[in-house]
Design a protein around this ligand. Structure first.
Ligand SMILES: Cc1cc2nc3c(=O)[nH]c(=O)nc-3n(C[C@H](O)[C@H](O)[C@H](O)COP(=O)(O)OP(=O)(O)OC[C@H]3O[C@@H](n4cnc5c(N)ncnc54)[C@H](O)[C@@H]3O)c2cc1C
Ligand code: FES
Length: 254
């Protein structure tokens, strides 16, 4: 679902791929005496004239409460945070690859790059594909059941694009398995790729170290050094494996 938030007092130049920490001003927590939830990280999908749009998938109590917001309700909003997408490598065309709720940070990226940027989107079914309508032009769609676009994986669409013309920079956000497939395909074809990741975030601004993820250069805080990382940072080191965080391996933002 789409949430629109007024942010007339906030910075008017968030960069695509950055995120905000969100919590409702009222009824945020399990009850009057309960500890409030920590705010939840959401990538902004679009920023226009003091208004921010977010795409929301309900997966737990924080997102469920955000989904219950009614018009005019107060929202605690902190951001923009983190480092978003970098420019495409010179001489390459941008190819945007989104899976599910991971389409969110690609909407504003296409707004910035222009409608000619190639957009490839994957969803479970047509019912989950509403976000496709936010993109300019005609994004290529893949669904698991073929109810919208082709019955394929979005990474199949990417492979076809890169086989036809590998002079591309890939920008990807989606579930972990999708991101890993994107990373492998791009590594094989020596195509530069940027991946938007997710990890559990408590503060969003570097203070709690709850969001650390392992990279080839050691552990980094995803909220300040990401959430967008160069794919090479996640490459398997020769003869070794990526270290894991105590909380588990990295996940994908969106
Ligand atoms: C940088 C960043 C950007 C993000 N952007 C968005 C966005 O644009 N839209 C959006 O909806 N979410 C986004 N997320 C994910 C969102 O912040 C988390 O899903 C959040 O933890 C949900 O809070 P909750 O209280 O609803 O569920 P939690 O209590 O945190 O989680 C409930 C259960 O759902 C599982 N879960 C958590 N996240 C997911 C998930 N993404 N998919 C499936 N299961 C999950 C948990 O493991 C747990 O079992 C982003 C996260 C990060 C770090
Ligand atoms: S979320 Fe607290 S340090 Fe990153």
């Amino acid at each position: 679902m789409l949430i629109r938030a007024l942010d007339s007092a906030g910075p008017d130049d968030p960069q695509p791929g950055q995120f905000y920490m969100l919590g409702t001003a009222e009824r945020w927590g399990g009850g009057a005496d309960d500890r409030p939830y920590l705010p939840r990280a959401l990538s902004y999908a679009r920023a226009r004239e003091g208004e921010l749009s977010f795409l929301l998938e309900v997966v737990g109590p924080g997102t469920a409460r955000l989904a219950e917001l009614s018009p005019g309700e107060g929202l605690a909003l902190l951001g923009p945070l983190g480092v978003g997408w970098r420019a495409p490598q010179e001489g390459t065309r941008p190819v945007l690859v989104g899976g599910g709720i991971g389409t969110a940070p690609l909407v504003c990226l296409q707004d910035e790059l222009g409608p000619e940027a190639t957009v490839l989107l994957g969803f479970r079914t047509a019912a989950h594909a509403e976000a496709a309508a936010l993109f300019a032009g005609e994004p290529e769609l893949a669904t698991d059941d073929g109810s919208a676009g082709r019955q394929a994986l979005v990474t199949d669409l990417l492979r076809e694009q890169l086989d036809a013309d590998p002079a591309a920079t890939v920008f990807a956000c989606g579930p972990p398995a999708m991101l890993e497939a994107v990373r492998l395909a791009c590594a094989e074809l020596a195509v530069p790729a940027q991946l938007a990741l997710e990890s559990g975030m408590a503060c969003g601004f570097g203070a709690c170290f709850g969001c650390v993820v392992p990279t080839t250069e050691g552990y980094i805080r995803l909220c300040v050094d990401g959430p967008v990382l160069a794919a090479e940072l996640l490459a398997m080191p020769p003869g070794g494996s990526r270290p894991r965080t105590p909380a588990g391996d990295w996940q994908v933002a969106g």
